[in-house]
Design a protein around this ligand. Structure first.
Ligand SMILES: Cc1cc2nc3c(=O)[nH]c(=O)nc-3n(C[C@H](O)[C@H](O)[C@H](O)COP(=O)(O)OP(=O)(O)OC[C@H]3O[C@@H](n4cnc5c(N)ncnc54)[C@H](O)[C@@H]3O)c2cc1C
Ligand SMILES: NC(=O)c1ccc[n+]([C@@H]2O[C@H](COP(=O)([O-])OP(=O)(O)OC[C@H]3O[C@@H](n4cnc5c(N)ncnc54)[C@H](O)[C@@H]3O)[C@@H](O)[C@H]2O)c1
Length: 476
């Protein structure tokens, strides 16, 4: 007897950050949900993305602490890196988090989890292994895969991507990295600090989407670590020979290495999904969605990394979660909502961290006639001095009247500090709101407050203020 057709309210395809968030919230509201996953539960972030990369960076920071101990009065030492144990640490962190994303946990929540490849057969029907699903609404959350550039010789050369990097049996002696985006930059620092030689090649500017004033701090830190950076450099061909892997650059130089990591961006993961049968449009940017994440087929949403077009926003785990929240509002409660475009924090988890939110200086100048740029250096912060974390600065962009438009922070724990500014941008707060905030001493958060207060610099000497003070003084 063939299996009956499943008729849930919601069918979610993909159990990564995006799909899991939708499924868990829908199940919490008692909505019947089917979740289809063909690979590992947890998707990219848990298995080959955020979690292993941050665990590796943490190991790298631990190694670096040995080298940086001497200013604290503790003898510095060359750390002995035991690669199998570093790998075990990364695997341990993944294993510690994995139960949260497991099929067993989702089953217990009431989600019907199907471990199979999903494919639409028409606009209302999906096949997943033996199961046929006719759901009221579908959510496609199939993520992305590494995009490999068409460089001559690359396809014939063994190379790594984030899918294979975290299971390397041995530490690379000399790692060539193609791509200076978040993956390339974070992994350059991690592997360098863990003892590999690292050479990074980027065709444009390092972290090209970020304010170059801020990335300059990070580039300098990477170079201090010993990462060899070739920005604005095109690679003409790749080959492997007796001396290892060779990148031939357009400027005539050759770079050699033992391993090559390709970190040149992502390609949407929609092959074999039957999108044409489903009436869903896709282009190279991803599944085309409107501002509420609906596809051309109004019963089907596209969320997370697989969503494309002008409305989807960045490929980040917190954006995947944000998308999931919008779909819940829209599909379950019939409430409208749009993808957030401005109050979106972005963080590079290197040392120093680099975090941005809202408009940068260039974008703000395009949209506003007059802006103010406020800055505060980490070196002027007592906690930063105590911890010897004095490298970095905060740069805040406001309107002429002090409304906060955006902020960029390069320095220790920037990824945590940026939340205050995200709230400010989201709620349209002004520097006066931060000026009046009590911030604990001594914390790095004071960097944020000092930047906000610097808006008023000069006013203490203003003739108007002085006049008001002298009038008030007359009253005793
Ligand atoms: C090295 C690295 C580090 C990163 N670090 C960060 C970070 O620090 N912070 C951050 O915010 N973001 C980070 N990201 C980005 C983040 O990992 C992604 O934005 C996020 O994981 C996307 O989640 P998703 O659910 O959209 O997709 P995915 O996690 O890719 O999930 C998609 C799932 O769909 C499944 N699937 C695909 N097709 C089918 C099908 N036909 N049938 C059934 N199942 C299917 C896949 O197997 C997969 O499990 C990083 C990315 C990388 C590569
Ligand atoms: N901390 C974080 O939030 C974090 C960390 C890692 C990854 N991610 C996300 O994962 C996704 C993938 O990151 P990514 O760094 O691979 O992609 P990306 O698209 O952000 O950056 C890729 C970089 O590779 C360069 N490039 C492309 N082709 C090249 C070539 N032929 N030669 C040299 N350089 C080339 C591009 O100019 C670009 O700078 C992104 O969406 C990113 O936001 C986020």
């Amino acid at each position: 007897m063939s299996d009956p057709v499943l008729k849930p309210d919601l069918c979610v395809i993909g159990a990564g950050a995006a799909g899991l968030s939708v499924a868990s919230v829908a199940a919490a509201f008692g909505v019947p949900v089917v979740l289809v996953e063909r690979g590992r539960m947890g998707g990219e972030c848990l298995n080959v993305g955020c979690v292993p990369s941050k665990a590796l960076l943490a190991a790298a920071e631990a190694a670096e602490a040995f080298r940086r101990a001497s200013p604290f009065g503790i003898a510095s030492a060359k750390p002995r890196v035991d690669w199998p144990r570093v790998r075990a640490h990364v695997d341990h962190v993944i294993a510690a988090i994995a139960p949260n994303d497991s099929a067993a946990r989702y089953g217990a929540m009431g989600v019907q989890v199907i471990r199979a490849e999903a494919r639409f057969t028409d606009a209302r029907t999906l096949q997943a292994g033996d199961a046929t699903v006719r759901a009221r609404r579908y959510v496609i959350a199939t993520g992305s895969v590494p995009a490999v550039p068409p460089i001559p010789g690359l396809a014939e050369t063994p190379f790594l991507t984030n899918d294979t990097l975290f299971s390397l049996p041995a530490r690379p002696d000399r790692l060539l990295i193609l791509g200076g985006g978040p993956v390339g930059v974070e992994m350059a620092q991690a592997f360098r600090r863990l003892g590999s030689e690292v050479v990074l090649v980027e065709q444009g500017a390092l972290l090209g989407k970020v304010d170059p004033e801020l990335t300059a701090h990070l580039a300098a830190a990477l170079e201090r670590d010993g990462v060899e950076i070739h920005a604005e450099t095109a690679v003409e061909s790749v080959s492997s020979g007796p001396q290892g892997l060779v990148l031939r650059l357009a400027n005539g130089r050759e770079l050699t290495g033992s391993h090559l990591l390709v970190a040149t961006g992502r390609r949407v993961n929609t092959e074999g999904l039957g999108l044409e049968a489903a009436g869903v449009d896709v282009d190279p940017s991803g599944i085309l969605v409107d501002a509420s994440l609906r596809t051309r087929n109004k019963r089907i949403y596209g969320i997370g990394d697989c969503a494309g077009g002008p409305h989807a926003g960045d490929r980040l785990t917190h954006m995947a979660n944000h998308h999931a929240g919008l779909v819940i509002r829209n599909a379950l409660f019939r409430l409208s909502g749009k993808v957030e475009q401005v109050a979106v924090p972005r963080v590079i988890y290197t040392e120093p961290e680099l975090a941005t939110v809202g408009l940068d200086e260039v974008e703000a100048r395009k949209r506003h006639k007059t802006i103010r740029v406020l800055r505060w250096p980490y070196a002027e912060n007592d906690r930063a001095q105590a911890e010897r974390l004095t490298a970095g600065e905060i740069k805040v962009i406001t309107t002429a009247s002090g409304v906060i438009l955006g902020a960029g922070i390069v320095g220790a724990r920037a990824g945590d500090l940026v939340t205050t500014w995200t709230l400010a941008v989201k709620k349209g707060l002004s520097v006066a709101d931060l000026r009046d905030l009590i911030v604990p001493y001594p914390t790095l958060s004071e960097v944020s407050k000092r930047a906000a207060v610097s808006f008023y610099a000069g006013q203490t000497r203003g003739p108007m203020v002085r006049r008001v003070l002298s009038v008030l003084r007359a009253f005793g």
